[in-house]
Ligand binder design. Sequence first.
Ligand code: UD1
Ligand code: UDP
Length: 354
Amino acid sequence: MKKIVSIIGARPQFIKHEPLKHFIEKSFKEITIHTGQHYDKNMSDVFFNEMDIKKPEYNINVGSGSHSTQTNKMMIGIEEILIKEEPDMIIVYGDTNSTLAGAITAKKLKMRLSHIEAGMRSFNMRMPEEINRIITDRLSDINFVPSRHALDNLKNEGMNGILCGDIMYDAFKYYSKKAEGNILDNIVKGIKSNEYILMTLHRVSNTIPENLEIILNRLNKIGKEIIFPIHPRTLKIIKSGLKSNNQFNNIELIEPVGYIDMITLMKNSLCIITDSGGLQKEAYYAEKKCFTVRGETEWPETMMYNANILCPNAECDFITEINNTANVKFKNPYGDGNSAEIITKYLMEYLYDN
Ligand code: UD1
Ligand code: UDP
C-alpha cells in the first residue's frame, strides 16, 4: 500500500485535514505530522477531541517563535520523520509556516508534494502567508485548487492545478449536521440568535497595537453586541496594553471555541466580521453577510452579490450595510463539498500509475 504523510500545524489545517484523512485512509497508509505551531488546548486538542480523527502520529512541538526560527525547527523535525517514513506523497494545506516548512523539506528530500488550497493570492507580499503560498505552489508536484479563479492565478504564473473545490466546505457540511441541536446559551450565556455579530481578528496587520486599537474602537461604536472568540495573538496584544483606556463594552471576548461551537455561533449570528481566510468562506456557506477587515481577499467570489464587504481598518458603515440585505446572494462557487473524494481519486491514479 502506498504511503502518504500529511503535515498540519495550525487551527485551519486541522479542519481541512479531517475530511481528507477519512478518504485517504481507505486507499493509502496515512501518517500525520503535527508541527506544534498551534499548541494551546483550544487551538489544537479541542479539534482532535471533537472531530472524528485520531491524534497525529507525530508532534514536533515547535511552539511559537519568529518566522525563521519556527520554520527552521519544523524543517529539522519534519526531515527526520520523512527520512524514516519514506512516503510516496506528502500533503500540505493552505499557507502557514507549517505549509512552507513541509513543502521545502519534502522537495529537498526529492519527495513528491501535493498542495491543498493552492492558487490563492492576495498580491500583497507584506502578508507572510502570500510568501508561503507562492513558494509552496511553485514546489508542488500537484496543486489542488478550490476555484477557477485560483486555477487562473496559477496559470498566470505558468503553473497548472487540479480543480477540486474547497475542502473546508466538506468539513462545514459534515459538522453542520453535528452542530444541530447544539445550544447557543451553552457557548455564551445569555446571547440570543440573530442579535449578535460574530467576530475574529488575528492577522499580523490588524494586531499591530495602533491598528487594533482603531479597529476595536470603531467596532465598539456599531452599537451591537459582538462575540469575539479571541486568537491568542490578539489577546496578548490587548493584555500587553493598548494606549487608550477605552472600554470596549459592546465586545465580549471569549476563548477560542471548537469547530462545532463555531458553526453554531456562525449560524445564529446577525453577520460576521473577520480577517480570517476560512471564516470568510464559512460565512458564505452559512449565508451570513461578512465584513472582512482587510484591503483584499483571496476569495473574491464571496464579494459577488454583496455577500462579503472589504473594510480595511474597519472603515465601513456597518449598520447601513448590515441592514442592506437587498442585493445579497450566496451562490457557492467552491464545489459540492466532495473535495476529499476528488483529491483521493486523483492521488490514486497519480500514485499507482507513477
Ligand atoms: C497562523 C498563520 C495564519 C493563520 C493562523 C490561523 C503563519 C505565518 N500564519 O497565524 O496564516 O491564519 O495561524 O489561526 O503561519 N499563540 C499561542 N498559542 C497557540 C498558538 C499561538 O499563544 O497555540 C500565540 C503566540 O504568542 C504566537 C502567536 O500566537 O507567537 C502567533 O502564532 P503563530 O502560529 O506564529 O501565527 P498565527 O497568528 O496563529
Ligand atoms: N475557528 C474555530 N474556533 C474559533 C475561531 C475559528 O473553530 O474560535 C475556525 C473557523 O470556523 C475556521 C477556521 O477556524 O474554520 C479558521 O481558522 P483561522 O481563522 O484561525 O485561520 P485562517 O482561515 O485565517 O487561516
